[in-house]
Design a protein around this ligand. Structure first.
Ligand SMILES: Cc1cc2nc3c(=O)[nH]c(=O)nc-3n(C[C@H](O)[C@H](O)[C@H](O)COP(=O)(O)OP(=O)(O)OC[C@H]3O[C@@H](n4cnc5c(N)ncnc54)[C@H](O)[C@@H]3O)c2cc1C
Length: 319
């Protein structure tokens, strides 16, 4: 009984959104693996999120997830609070002068569509990225020679104290599939303003459709995957290195690298997160040994490899 009373989860701030304990995260990820969140919080809106962050003990770790298209949640789950933004964070609207606003929970593909409808060019590449704007902002998502960095005007976030922060494109500190702003670890992005170019809606739509077609042919988009597993090292394609090292389609527990795209890790037969991560690490070691190239994970691996013992839960509690 005293263990339950000392649990930090008993003193969470009062909110309008939904809070769930020991919430399974696997259904929220494309790879469909991983353990639970100690607490999952689905804020009602930005004000609700701010109240929650202000009232949450500063020692409790906070993790944000988007639609989980670049995530490997480990089997032990995630400590602290996991936040997932819902429909009240999904607004997308043209703002004049070829600008477009998108909430962090909006799907990239929807932003591309609305931009096209409004004759805004430059964002059609988002049609090829199956994530949310929150994930795109932090990952500098991109494809076919365009990336978020090329079109982001500014991004809006709440910090761990629940205060609003505005970051310019420069302040995001973008590089290939990376932002320095995300490394701060205390920002929950709630939206972004993009700067496109005036264009013909018909032409933008045509370019968007070409991207859809190309993606369907080259990526296993109907599989349980996390997208590109490794970043392309300078002067190499990650898929080529994985392929040349002999790992395309080779089963490892319930995991393998896709037959269609050798840099896409796939959960093809009830893989655990450990199967997927261990396969990734085996491939990294093999590629390093054979070609001297160090592959870096692009997929974000979050959480614990084994369940958190109750004693440790108490020790990290708020009281
Ligand atoms: C079939 C397939 C194809 C893909 N193709 C591409 C591609 O062509 N180009 C490309 O760039 N990516 C691609 N990806 C990867 C993925 O779609 C992108 O990285 C995407 O931007 C991730 O967005 P998400 O909402 O799924 O984020 P998640 O996977 O949920 O999270 C990714 C990271 O973003 C953080 N995050 C998410 N939302 C927020 C927020 N609101 N505030 C702060 N942090 C946040 C998470 O903590 C995590 O670190 C592909 C994935 C799949 C499955």
């Amino acid at each position: 009984m005293s263990e339950v009373l000392s649990d930090w989860r008993d003193t969470l701030p009062a909110v309008r959104g939904k809070i769930a304990r020991d919430a399974e995260l696997a259904p929220f990820t494309w790879l469909r693996v991983g353990g639970p969140a100690e607490v999952l919080f689905l804020p009602e809106d930005e004000a609700d999120l701010s109240v929650f962050l202000k009232g949450l003990d500063a020692s409790v770790p906070v993790t944000v997830i988007g639609v989980g298209s670049n995530l490997l949640v480990r089997d032990g789950g995630i400590r602290g609070v996991v936040i997932r933004l819902g429909k009240n964070f999904a607004k997308v609207e043209a703002r004049g002068e070829a600008r477009i606003y998108a909430g962090a929970a909006a799907l990239d593909a929807n932003v591309a569509k609305v931009a096209a409808q409004n004759g805004i060019g430059g964002l059609e590449f988002y049609r090829g990225v199956p994530g949310s704007i929150g994930g795109a902002i932090v990952m500098n998502a991109g494809c076919y020679a365009s990336e978020t960095k090329d079109v982001l005007f500014e991004a809006y976030a709440l910090n761990r104290q629940g205060e609003r922060v505005v970051l310019s494109n420069r302040e995001m500190g973008y590089s290939y599939r990376h932002s320095d702003a995300a490394d701060r670890g205390d920002l929950i992005f709630v939206g972004a303003l993009y700067q496109g170019t005036d264009d013909d809606p018909f032409e933008v739509t045509k370019r968007m459709e070409a991207i859809t077609e190309r993606r369907e042919k080259s990526q296993p988009i109907r599989d349980k995957t996390g997208g590109s597993t490794f970043k392309n090292p300078a002067g190499h394609s990650a898929w080529e290195l994985v392929d040349k090292a002999g790992w395309r389609g080779k089963p490892f527990g319930g995991a393998k690298f896709s037959d269609l795209h050798a840099n896409f890790l796939i959960n093809f037969d009830n893989a655990t997160a450990a199967d997927l991560e261990n396969l990734g690490e085996a491939v990294r070691a093999d590629v390093k040994g054979k070609f001297g190239v160090e592959l870096q994970w692009e997929v974000k691996r979050l959480g614990e490899t084994s369940p958190l013992p109750l004693g440790e839960r108490k020790a990290q509690g708020a009281g």
